[in-house]
Ligand binder design. Structure first.
Ligand SMILES: Nc1ncnc2c1ncn2[C@@H]1O[C@H](COP(=O)(O)OP(=O)(O)OP(=O)(O)O)[C@@H](O)[C@H]1O
Ligand SMILES: [Mg+2]
Length: 587
């Protein structure tokens, strides 16, 4: 499918309305020939011929046709405008759904600013095309043809002289279209970059302030702003070159008419009335020629926007629900990784991962930063697909499952917490909006968040900003944990979820979590204390599982885990022993 076919697939639904509107437009365009025609009769028959009794009738006819034209024009303009809004609504909805369906790789590739531009500026260019450009092109072409035909009926020699400008106009329009196309692509590119700069600076404003980089950011923004202005001016410069040509072609019609027509009147081959009639049609020829440059511009702007949007949404998401998907309402939570490898681009991220977890077990995952812990969980949720091997839940490959059902069974508190601009209650209930307030409170209690929420000015109704403004890191993590638990999932993933809470709060959360025996829980952490009571501990190093077992067996093994344990607990023991002796701890 090409970008244009994609666009027309949206317009197809409104075909009937558009055809009716175009028919009405044709009708009013045909009516426009009456006025110059009547003007000619008034000159020849009333003024020169002396038939004064005709004047009132003719003027009345002029008024009636003008009135009819105005009413019909109102109707078809309304039809074009509503069609454009309706079509755009559907298209915006489609594109938005598509954005939501897209997988992580799509968001790794596309900048937020680019995607925002697709939904705003590009959509507007399309709306303008449907609401205005379609009918303007049709109306102008029609008026031009009608006027020519009418002039032919008056005098074919005069018409032939005027037709000379047509090929010149066609060539100029074609040249402008070609010249302006890259300019519009350039504009859209810089508009996206400008959007991205604004979006990043607004979202990352606190980092900008913390590093006192306002001047640097202003300079960066000014550069984008300059480039965008240059891109717009570049397009304007191209277009400016063509405007005088179109203007000259339009005016040349006036010269031709009065020169050729004047000679003909003098020679007596046409009457003055005929010349008045033809000069009445002149605007119908002039106007389209003047408009040609504008319309070519708008058309190209529209084509560029359709191409941009289509290029963004045409790629099917790689990760999709298979055709005959297994749709288990609730998993038991038995999970197995079988010879799982994962490569991103050419980087080997995970190599030959094998483990099996029984329903209800708690799994601790520990390992150096960047070792691949989060990736393991991303593969389980199918945010990415394994390159080789298989991941099964209750014996079913995750690739064979209904994606919605798979993710609905998993409650995940992600490593980088994102809270929506909503109340705390709304944020916790995000995955389960029909739950009761008691359930929200219960989940918050398990996450040890209930106390601090109640102490907030509006309690559970406190609005937290886009990024959980006004909340501490540990508070945000606990809201995110409550959100994951409230879904009542059979698999819970906590990725670094208690890293920002103190040990005491963490111990409390863990106590609560152990009471949830009907779930398989994954806890990714850097602190041994977070995972040491887990049934299975996986030690990940450089994309491989280095050690696996429970705390005691891993300590007995005296490997990586043992070293980390000694590092963390050695310090702690030293601290406790020094304190017991009443001494001062120096780290
Ligand atoms: N989609 C991806 N494309 C390219 N590289 C990726 C992708 N996902 C992860 N990586 C890389 O894989 C490695 C493992 O990343 P991962 O996020 O799993 O680490 P981690 O163990 O969770 O680290 P941390 O403890 O810091 O959270 C990193 O080097 C990361 O840059
Ligand atoms: Mg991680």
């Amino acid at each position: 499918m090409t970008a244009m076919q994609w666009f027309f697939s949206f317009l197809k639904k409104y075909r009937t309305t558009l055809i009716i509107a175009l028919i009405l437009l044709t009708f009013t365009s045909c009516l426009t020939i009456i006025n110059p025609y009547i003007s000619g009769i008034i000159v020849d028959d009333v003024i020169k011929g002396g038939h004064k009794e005709l004047l009132l009738k003719l003027v009345l006819l002029l008024i009636i046709t003008t009135l009819i034209r105005s009413v019909i024009r109102y109707i078809y303009l309304y039809m074009f405008e509503t069609t454009s809004q309706r079509m755009l609504y559907t298209m915006r909805d489609y594109v938005y759904r598509r954005f939501l369906e897209e997988d992580f790789s799509f968001y790794n590739k596309n900048r937020t600013g680019d995607l925002m531009s697709r939904q705003t500026g590009d959509m507007e260019a399309i709306r303008h095309f449907v609401a205005f450009v379609i009918y303007a092109i049709y109306e102008n072409s029609l008026l031009f043809v009608i006027a020519l035909v009418m002039i032919f009926t008056v005098d074919y020699r005069l018409a032939l002289c005027m037709i000379v400008v047509l090929p010149l106009t066609a060539i100029t329009t074609y040249k402008q279209l070609r010249a302006i196309k890259p300019a519009f692509h350039n504009i859209r590119k810089h508009f996206s970059s400008l959007n991205t700069a604004v979006q990043e600076n607004v979202s990352g404003n606190r980092v900008v302030k913390a590093f006192a980089k306002e001047d640097f950011e202003i300079e960066k923004f000014n550069k984008e702003n300059d480039e965008y202005r240059e891109a717009e001016l570049g397009a304007a410069a191209i277009w400016r070159k063509y405007v005088p040509i179109f203007e000259f072609l339009a005016n040349s019609l006036t010269f031709i008419l009065y020169l050729v027509g004047g000679i003909m009147v003098v020679k007596g081959s046409i009457t003055i009335g005929k010349l008045v009639t033809v000069s009445g049609y002149l605007w119908m020829l002039n106007n389209p020629l003047r408009m040609a440059g504008w319309l070519a511009n708008d058309y190209q702007r529209f084509v560029t926007s359709v191409e941009k949007i289509y290029a963004t949404v045409k790629e099917e998401p790689v990760i999709k629900t298979p055709r005959h998907a297994v749709d288990n309402k609730r998993f038991h939570g038995e999970i197995e990784f079988k010879h799982v490898n994962y490569r991103a681009e050419d980087d080997v991220i995970l190599t030959d991962i094998n483990f099996r977890i029984l329903p209800g077990q708690t799994v601790g995952i520990i390992g150096a930063t960047g070792s691949g812990k989060s990736t393991l969980m991303n593969l389980l949720c199918r945010f990415y697909d394994v390159t080789d091997g298989a991941i099964t839940i209750d014996g079913i490959n995750v690739k064979d499952m209904d994606l919605y059902c798979l993710r609905n069974n998993i409650g995940m508190a992600m490593q980088d917490v994102f809270l929506f601009s909503d109340t705390i209650e709304g944020n916790i209930a995000y995955g389960n909006p029909n739950c009761t307030f008691e359930e929200v409170k219960e989940a918050a209690k398990v996450a040890n968040a209930d106390d601090f929420i109640q102490n907030m000015p509006d309690g559970y109704d406190t609005i937290v900003g886009e990024r959980g403004m006004g909340l501490s890191g540990g508070q945000k993590q606990r809201i995110s944990l409550a959100r994951a638990l409230l879904k009542n999932p059979s698999i819970v993933i906590l990725d670094d979820t208690t890293s920002a809470v103190d040990m005491e709060t963490e111990a409390h959360i863990q106590n609560q979590l152990t009471s949830l025996t009907d779930r398989t829980v994954f806890i990714i952490a850097h602190r041994i204390s977070s995972i040491k009571d887990a049934d299975v501990i996986l030690v990940v190093d450089d994309g491989k599982i280095l050690e696996a077992g429970n705390h005691d067996s891993l300590i007995a093994k005296q490997g990586y885990y043992y070293t980390v344990f000694n590092h963390q607990y050695g310090e702690f023991d030293k601290y406790v022993r020094t304190k017991q002796k009443g001494g001062k701890y120096n780290g």
